[in-house]
Design a protein around this ligand. Structure first.
Ligand code: C2E
Ligand code: CA
Ligand code: CA
Ligand code: CA
Length: 283
């Protein structure tokens, strides 16, 4: 993309070119990432705020490039979605996650649920439900110990197909969580109409709770309202991005069921998460 014109315009085009080149490069590099074992999974505990139990573990994808180092999922997930690579990588994540969860269940007495992020692109393809069945069968993980995190955007696309897929997953026993809740623009009716078991309040709202007494009124009102809706519809509520004790106590006070964030634990590799299961004392 080359246009003539004033300096500003050319500079803009140059930046665009560089970005395009960057995207093409990363797309190509990502293709190799899986086969060259550059992709790994990390695991972040989610605690029940009343009992302190590690009720769930969220699986997060990591890409360590031999030259460029750690590349953030915020960068490579959108690229993998555009190229379609997210479909095969997502399948891999799902299988690995179920196998790991079953291992923790069988050998470390963990009774919790593993939660896996699912891209809208991955969810929209017709084979998705079969892939979930496949991962469960392959791993031997009971279906009710698997939860899928979808964004509002993912469940709002093509309502008929989404309904069918969600009902099949429900029949299997797999739970659906709405991730980043409150950041979409959709109506709340889908919470009532679709088989959703849990909502995860977006980190941005938790961030605004500086301290319980100083919390901006809107953040308090919003979280309280979300919890109210969730209780009415019998949905679980997770608060994500909890970094301080104040935030933890606040969301617990608002009635959130579960908490996740650096305050409790960062995303951990398999070894450290296993240690936490064996010896760790949750806060
Ligand atoms: P997400 O699903 O909302 O995941 C939560 C993100 O918040 C993770 O970032 C996690 O490391 C980070 N986080 C957790 N606790 C805290 C905290 O206390 N403070 C702060 N500031 N951050 C916290 P991460 O791992 O970089 O992932 C970013 C996003 O990439 C995820 O957001 C998710 O949308 C996507 N992603 C990650 N793994 C996968 C995957 O396997 N499949 C798909 N489709 N998307 C993934
Ligand atoms: Ca998530
Ligand atoms: Ca989230
Ligand atoms: Ca997010």
């Amino acid at each position: 993309i080359k246009r003539t014109g004033r300096n500003g315009v050319r500079r803009f085009d140059a930046a665009l070119d560089a970005e395009l080149e960057h995207t093409v490069l990363l797309t190509r590099e990502f293709q190799l990432a899986l086969t060259r074992e550059q992709l790994t999974l990390v695991y972040q505990p989610i605690y029940h705020l009343q009992t302190g139990e590690m009720s769930k573990i969220e699986v997060l994808l990591r890409w360590t490039h031999p030259e460029y180092g750690e590349i953030s999922p915020g960068v490579f997930i959108p690229i993998a979605e555009t190229s379609g690579q997210i479909v095969s990588v997502g399948r891999w994540v799902l299988e690995r996650a179920c196998i790991q969860a079953r291992h923790w269940r069988e050998n470390h007495g963990w009774a919790g649920t593993v939660t896996v992020n699912v891209s809208p692109v991955q969810f929209a393809q017709p084979g998705f439900v079969d892939e979930v069945k496949q991962a469960l069968m392959l791993s031997g993980l009971p279906a009710h110990k698997l939860e899928l995190e979808l964004t509002e955007g993912a469940v709002m696309q093509n309502p008929a197909l989404v309904q069918t897929a969600l009902r099949s997953l429900q029949r299997l026993g797999v739970e659906i969580t709405i991730d980043d809740f409150g950041t979409g623009y959709s109506s709340l009716a889908y919470l009532r109409d679709l088989p959703i078991g849990c909502i995860k309040i977006d980190r941005s709202f938790i961030e605004d709770i500086a301290a319980p007494r100083r919390a901006p009124q809107y953040a308090v009102a919003l979280i309280t309202a979300i919890v109210g809706v969730a209780q009415t519809l019998d949905l679980q509520v997770v608060a994500e991005g909890i970094e301080t004790q104040e935030q933890m106590e606040a969301v617990r006070g608002f009635g959130c069921d579960f908490g996740q964030g650096y305050y409790f634990a960062r995303p951990l590799d398999t070894t450290r998460l296993t240690e936490l299961l064996d010896h760790g004392r949750p806060k």
